[in-house]
Ligand binder design. Structure first.
Ligand SMILES: [Zn+2]
Length: 340
């Protein structure tokens, strides 16, 4: 099972984790590298996993955790679906602590069953993950510990594969933040109908959309959010690190963990703004409708170069590096050029 753990850090939050391949309960380690199933999974991810859907996401809320939190997260997901389209299939799991308790014994068991039921319909013979005691229980344990997490995981061994959007103790991030989390994680669902993109483009895209769509709903100030991101991005620049250090497709290299937030998320959000502002239409809708599909035809490097009128990826990077050297005033002006 592939799992993208994405407890990301926007304000002083729980820090970014890594993207990792889990192999819980698979017999004899048959998912080890070099095995055909492993190669298949990688291939699926590299080509794009999700598809357009008629049905909206399915929500699973831990009984006893306030429904208002589901509504707040769902409001963000709906805003993102409205702009990005309805993709999936998606199952949204929401749980956490309320009045010191994480549901009841019965409601926890029911929640874990709902989580594990579809996972256990794996198409891979011999895949006998003990979901109830393993990943299912892990959600409950995290909620009881008071951890805060928001992430997308891709359940890839089912037909069709589906997205799990998991939100644990999201209320701790505050009311305005819950819908932003929804936008961010749903953006990843949209992105994963296309071939895997580098970390900076994937996370940067999600941060850009949460700031831009979030602003339209008064959940965040777009310019303020981008200003904060620039500040973080510039600390990575000071260490002479940049986008080219954050090109991982599936696994974040350990040595880059310390820069994940500042480069993939913050510099990435600006790289996405820069891509849009340097495209012929300067339009976010065109970025959605033209840029992403072009990754399927020509791969992300060519897509980035062509969309921004750069000679090649190196040329794009050097233009972006120059942009990062500009004054804050000039940088913020770039945002004025962007059209819906
Ligand atoms: Zn993310």
């Amino acid at each position: 099972m592939i799992r993208f753990i994405d407890g990301y850090c926007w304000w002083p939050l729980r820090f970014v984790l890594l993207i990792s391949l889990l192999c819980i309960g698979c017999r004899g380690g048959f998912l080890g590298k070099g095995n055909p199933e492993f190669e298949d999974v990688q291939q699926k991810l590299l080509e794009g996993v999700f598809t357009p859907q008629d049905a909206p996401p399915e929500y699973i809320l831990l009984d006893g955790y306030p429904v208002e939190y589901q509504e707040a997260i769902g409001a963000g997901i709906d805003v993102a679906r409205k702009f990005l389209g309805n993709h999936g299939p998606v199952r949204v799991y929401i749980l956490g602590k309320s009045r010191g308790e994480v549901g009841t014994t019965d409601s926890r068991a029911a929640f874990v069953e709902q989580y594990c039921g579809p996972r256990n319909k794996s198409t891979i013979e011999g895949f006998d993950e003990d979901c109830l005691a393993g990943p299912g229980q892990r959600l409950i344990d995290a909620a009881i510990r008071g951890d805060q997490e928001a992430y997308l995981s891709i359940v890839i061994f089912t037909d069709p594969p589906y997205a799990e959007l998991v939100f644990i103790n999201s209320h701790e991030w505050g009311e305005q933040d819950m819908p932003l989390r929804g936008i961010h994680e749903y953006t990843h669902v949209f992105q994963h109908q296309y071939p895997s993109a580098p970390g900076w483009l994937t996370e940067g895209g999600a941060v850009f959309f949460e700031a831009w769509l979030g602003d339209q709903n008064q959940w965040v100030d777009f310019r303020g959010a981008m200003r904060r991101s620039m500040k973080n991005a510039l600390t990575a620049v000071a260490d002479e690190k940049g986008l080219s250090d954050m090109e991982y497709l599936l696994d974040l290299p350990q040595e880059m963990e310390a820069y994940h937030r500042n480069i993939a998320y913050d510099m990435g959000a600006w790289a996405v703004a820069f891509i849009i502002a340097n495209s012929s239409e300067k339009s976010i809708s065109e970025f959605r409708d033209r840029f992403y599909p072009s990754m399927r035809d020509e791969g992300w490097k060519e897509a980035v170069s062509r969309f921004t009128g750069s000679r090649d990826l190196g040329h794009f990077y050097s233009r972006f590096d120059e942009f990062l050297q500009q004054s804050s005033h000039q940088q913020m002006e770039l945002l004025d050029a962007i059209q819906p």
